[in-house]
Design a protein around this ligand. Structure first.
Ligand code: NAP
Length: 264
């Protein structure tokens, strides 16, 4: 190993950490989970579909250690049940990545209550009750020089006004950004950092419908860097926030959006 390699390992290593990535079966969560597995962490992924999750964990196990757990994180009860399953297997959790999320688009006149409930239950209530339920394991991993980390995947739609009629989604993302800052303040005395990654557009199942409707050229027009976010952008940012280099950052909302919201 060269001096440069060893310095990079020292700054950015997440090897040996225990990590939970919610919604890790596809899209951004899968990219983040793959990044941690390849970097030597022991990773748990969860989603509602047991089969999809198991298939993703099997695929990622080619690179290292990855386990699948099924859970619907829209209810406090299932958040507690997932935390209990982790506690049966682990004595500490170094990194929680709250990534699972849902979107709902509908004209203002027709926007249903069920859309609000679906989006807020998963995007805001879920991360809160998962942090609450996993607190003992996060505290067990935490130390002043090596804090435990909560990383929540928000969205630039919580920072700017999206052009699509996704009222509950943009509001939920602004809410989860604020919730994360509030938790960062509360959990700092326990050496737990809480930060948000706010992605721009990532070509996943969530974006599929909008992309098919509007086309790539139109969608990329407002993006200064003229491309979608990719797996390296997502995993690299999460690993940075979870690494020694990210130890002194808390309460931050980090846009990873090719300049879409940051250059407005
Ligand atoms: N794609 C983008 O352009 C973009 C931009 C900004 C922010 N984001 C945010 O990034 C995160 C990931 O989005 P994505 O684009 O990767 O979405 P995606 O492809 O739809 O993946 C969502 C993941 O969450 C899981 N999930 C959905 N509902 C769940 C529930 N009730 N309980 C547990 N897991 C659930 C899904 O698996 P199951 O269906 O099996 O449960 C899947 O693993 C979300 O928070 C999203 O808001 C995305």
């Amino acid at each position: 190993m060269t001096t440069t390699d060893s310095a990079l390992c020292e700054f950015f290593s997440v090897a040996g950490k225990t990590v939970l990535v919610t919604g890790g079966s596809r899209g951004i969560g899968l990219a983040i989970a793959e990044g941690f597995v390849r970097a030597g962490a022991r990773v748990y992924i969860c989603s509602r579909s047991e089969d999809a999750c198991a298939a993703a964990a099997k695929e990622l196990s080619r690179y290292g250690e990855c386990h699948a757990l099924a859970a619907n994180l829209s209810s406090a009860e299932e958040c507690r049940s997932l935390a209990a399953q982790i506690a049966e297997r682990e004595t500490r959790l170094d990194v929680l990545v709250n990534n699972a999320g849902a979107i709902w688009a509908e004209r203002l006149e027709e926007y249903p209550e069920s859309g609000w409930d679906k989006v807020f239950n998963l995007n805001v209530k879920g991360p809160f009750f998962l942090v609450q339920s996993l607190l003992p394991l996060l505290k067990a991993a935490a130390a002043p020089e090596r804090p435990a980390r909560v990383i929540t995947v928000g969205s630039i739609d919580g920072l700017h006004i999206p052009s699509h009629e996704t009222y509950a989604y943009s509001s939920s993302k602004a809410a989860v950004h604020q919730l994360s800052k509030h938790l960062a303040d509360q959990l700092a005395p326990f050496s737990i950092t809480v930060n948000v990654i706010a992605p721009g557009m990532f070509n996943s199942k969530m974006l599929k419908g909008t992309l098919e409707q509007h086309g790539e050229e139109t969608m990329l027009a407002p993006v200064p860097l003229k491309r979608f976010a990719n797996g390296t952008d997502m995993a690299g940012t999460a690993i940075f926030l979870a690494s020694p280099a990210g130890s002194y950052i808390t309460g931050a909302v980090l846009p990873v959006d090719g300049g879409t919201a940051t250059t407005l």
